[in-house]
Design a protein around this ligand. Structure first.
Ligand code: NI
Length: 171
């Protein structure tokens, strides 16, 4: 197990295409999942996607308990949103945009189809914060960042902040 470096906005791996997992027996998949949990817990964050540690595979983890409750530690492999209800505007952050929190609109509830770490296909339902975490991480696997869910005004504001921090060597 290892805590991996988190890739920040500007790194091309965050917007590269992510490949489906096809081999669920691969030891590298198990290591990837462990590293995602370790890195997410250490950050700390509520979820993290493989491209954020530089691995362009369709794997992400969500754990709203941040390591405190094993029943909340969810692995989503090759996930896709199959149903969504309602819309909520609320604060959202991303480990690839440290210290940036902005209002983003997300579904109030979603159903997600995904494989677990054993290769079993499941449908996971989530509401409120869990729905937001699912959508945010699945967006990462679709090479889409949360700034793309913001108004152009807000996105411009965030990107100017990032640019300032990049210039100061703080990014
Ligand atoms: Ni993120």
């Amino acid at each position: 197990m290892a805590i991996r470096d988190i890739v920040r906005y500007g790194d091309e791996r965050l917007v590269a295409k992510n490949e489906d997992v096809t081999d669920f027996e691969d030891p590298a998949l198990r290591e990837l999942i462990r590293d995602l949990f370790e890195t997410g817990w250490a950050a700390p964050g509520l979820g993290i996607a493989a491209p954020q540690i530089g691995v362009n595979k369709r794997v992400c983890v969500v754990d709203l308990s941040v390591g405190k409750d094993p029943s909340q530690a969810l692995v989503l492999i090759n996930p896709r949103v199959v149903d969504a209800e309602g819309l909520v505007r609320d604060e959202e952050g991303c480990l690839s945009f440290p210290d940036i929190v902005e209002i983003v609109e997300r579904p109030e509830a979603v159903a997600v189809e995904a494989f677990d770490e054993k290769g079993v296909r499941r449908v996971l339902e989530g509401a409120d914060l869990l729905a937001r975490a699912f959508c945010h991480e699945i967006d990462h696997l679709d090479s889409r960042l949360f700034i793309e869910r913001m108004s152009s005004l807000k996105r411009g504001f965030v990107l100017r902040k990032v640019l300032k921090r990049q210039k100061r060597g703080e990014w």
